[in-house]
Design a binder for this molecule. Structure first.
Ligand code: AMP
Ligand code: FE
Ligand code: FE
Ligand code: ZN
Length: 294
């Protein structure tokens, strides 16, 4: 059986393996096909594709696009962060390129703001964070987490998120970026296939499925969403069942992936969840912005 993992990160964003090492590790893990989906950038594609070819590994270029949605929940509006996997988009599509460029730029300002807050209590500087980032890599909280580890304040990335960097913690600053519906439209215009990453992550086991945001999912589908990443370690069982029903109703693609960030970047390991050949075939058929190398 072919092993297909469609969600991974390299040092071009917040993963710990270079694109080359990621491909080597994918081969070692027994994968047949891998997608590189760094946050808001395509800068790892060429290196990854070249190495994948050398190793006889199938390669699918992708991006994990950061977006935000304002949704009505229980009578009030809340802002949630939505990650969209975009498979096979044209990397030279101007409007998409501009939006991604803006997101990357605001990620830097936002990273600096988080560090400024932290600096009121601990001796951290932005320069220290830059030491944990490749030049030009998309900046995110993991680089700040790595800095806190180097400073000896926490044991690993997960502990840094628990103690300093959680979304509801005192040092958090939210992303300012494109809206989810606009991002879906842009990905489609660029010939890409938008698949929502780890949907309903964080929904508790006791959540009543009736309370899940069906309206928002239907808005995303109307805007052009084509798939849901059901098999991901952060998608709880209740949500999986609900998403399967939604996918059946709207004929959505269903994927499964690791969201690997390096062996020690996150517990997620290559190939721990996979996508079927049939679903990959649908993505390849629908994606017209650039080619997969299979
Ligand atoms: P940001 O893009 O700055 O909002 O940071 C989110 C990123 O942090 C995600 O893409 C994950 O890679 C990473 N992340 C989130 N929670 C954790 C955690 N508990 N341990 C390690 N990495 C995490
Ligand atoms: Fe990440
Ligand atoms: Fe994500
Ligand atoms: Zn991811």
């Amino acid at each position: 059986m072919v092993k297909i993992d469609l969600h991974t990160h390299s040092t071009r964003s917040d993963g710990l393996d270079s694109p080359t090492d990621l491909m080597i590790n994918a081969k070692k893990a027994g994968l047949d096909v891998i997608a590189l989906t760094d946050h808001d950038t395509v800068s790892g594609w060429d290196e990854a594709r070249g190495k994948a070819f050398e190793l006889g590994l199938g390669f699918v270029p992708g991006i994990e696009v950061t977006s935000v949605s304002d949704i009505e929940r229980f009578g009030r509006t809340i802002r949630i962060s939505v990650h969209l996997l975009a498979y096979l988009p044209d990397p030279d599509h101007k409007a998409l390129e501009i939006v991604l460029g803006d997101t990357v730029a605001t990620r830097e300002a936002r990273g600096r703001a988080i560090v400024e807050k932290l600096a009121e209590q601990i001796p951290i500087t932005w320069e220290m964070v830059l030491d944990h980032l490749d030049k030009g890599a998309t900046i995110g909280r993991p680089a700040i987490a790595d800095t806190l580890v180097t400073m000896g304040l926490v044991a690993d990335r997960s502990a840094a998120f628990d103690h300093y960097l959680s979304t509801d913690g005192p040092f958090y600053v939210s992303h300012s970026t494109v809206s989810t519906l606009e991002a879906i439209g842009l990905i489609r215009q660029a010939g890409g296939v938008p698949v929502i990453a780890h949907p309903l992550k964080g929904v508790g086991p006791d959540t009543d499925p009736e309370d899940l945001p069906v309206d928002h999912f239907e808005e995303m589908i109307a805007a052009g969403l084509q798939g849901v990443e059901v098999y991901h370690r952060d998608v709880p069982e209740t949500a999986r069942k609900w998403l399967h029903e939604l996918a059946a109703k709207h004929d959505l693609i269903i994927t499964g992936s690791s969201d690997y960030h390096g062996v020690s970047g996150k517990p997620n390991q290559l190939g721990e969840n996979t996508t079927s050949q049939e679903m990959l075939d649908r993505i390849v058929e629908l994606g017209t912005g650039t080619k997969a190398s299979l």
